[in-house]
Ligand binder design. Structure first.
Ligand code: MEV
Length: 324
């Protein structure tokens, strides 16, 4: 029997389609080379023992029979609900030790909760020799994300599983890898942590009160995603920049941008970016810019001058994989 497994899963950046994707529309997401590592080990007791330093969890212990309690500390919930859901699916009962280690801060909005969830599901499938294909890992991970945070399209779990750049429709109705190649992205962190469920609920309320207007915004975002999909396969970075600017305008209309994001986005455009937008739920986290070859340094400099923190990322990151 296998006693110890280590896997890693990448973080992600939303390129086009955030928020609209919660309402059955498509989006395009790209995985980045900042990884979340998950180590799992069987234990001779009936507990889950969890070490997750990136969310200040050190030696948290919970009875296997009790996993996923609503009053468990926030930093433990994705792991413990993922373990519970996996064990329930396969009728497994075992003591377990889980350690996570992240290359990236959970503040950036790179999808650390989804990457950790995907990592746990993949690691357990290897540890207990229950082979799962990508779609099965997705379904277990997505159910876990919904159990914990109640809302979400699942695009971040798909990015963590498939890696690369993918075209995605809500709940994994469509998950299609795109041959996008390396993307010339500059990423600026605003220094403000956004709370995704809060922003998703804010848009839900706006939609409830303005069905027609917000429905039209979602339609326009969907068109941008479809055009983006073509521009990505043509490696047309100029066109992708234009589409980013248009997507940002619509996100502004949805009310999810912020002065800090706008500040960095406008600075990047003025310094020569093809286009720029927020990436993710909005309200903070990161902005992204598509940049021509020669102007990366200048764009990074102006973002820093405006108070942003540059996060170096490479795209075309591999999806969830075994490390040991
Ligand atoms: C958040 O990163 C992106 C949203 O579209 C939510 C989701 O798709 O789960 C706002």
């Amino acid at each position: 029997m296998i006693e110890r497994i280590e896997v890693s899963a990448p973080g992600k950046l939303m390129l086009f389609g955030e928020h609209a994707v919660v309402y059955g529309r498509p989006c395009i997401v790209t995985a980045v080379d900042h990884r979340m590592r998950v180590m799992v080990e069987t234990a001779n007791d009936s507990n889950l023992e969890l070490y997750a330093p990136e969310v200040d969890v050190a030696g948290y212990i919970e009875k296997i029979n009790n996993l996923g309690r609503d009053d468990a500390p926030k930093g433990t919930r994705f792991v413990s609900v993922a373990v519970r859901n996996f064990f329930n699916s396969f009728g497994i009962k075992s003591g377990l030790k889980v350690k996570t280690k992240s290359d990236f801060s959970s503040e950036f909005g790179f999808g650390s909760s989804s990457a950790v969830t995907v990592g746990v599901v993949k690691a357990l499938s290897e540890l207990f020799e229950k082979p799962l294909n990508n779609k099965e890992i997705f379904n277990l991970s997505y159910n876990t994300i919904l159990d914990v945070q109640g809302v979400g399209s699942g695009f971040d779990a798909a990015a963590a599983i498939w890696g690369g750049t993918i075209y995605f429709i809500t709940g994994g109705k469509k998950i299609e890898p795109l041959a996008a190649g390396k993307l010339p992205l500059v990423v600026g962190y605003t220094g403000i942590k956004a709370d995704t469920p809060t922003l998703v609920r804010q848009v839900a309320n706006f939609y409830k009160e303005n069905k027609k207007l917000v429905g039209k915004i979602f339609d326009s975002i969907e068109n941008i995603v479809e055009e983006g999909r073509i521009a990505l396969s043509n490696h047309d970075h100029k066109k992708l920049g234009v589409l980013m600017d248009q997507n940002q305008e619509l996100l502004n209309e949805l009310g999810v941008s912020s002065p800090e994001l706008e500040n960095l986005i406008v600075a990047a455009r003025k310094a020569g970016a093809y286009g720029a937008k927020l990436s993710g739920a909005g309200g903070g986290d990161c902005m992204i810019a598509f940049v021509p070859k020669g102007s990366r340094k200048l764009i990074e400099k102006v973002i820093e001058e405006k108070g942003g923190k540059i996060i170096n990322v490479r795209t075309e990151a591999q999806g969830v994989r075994l490390e040991a």
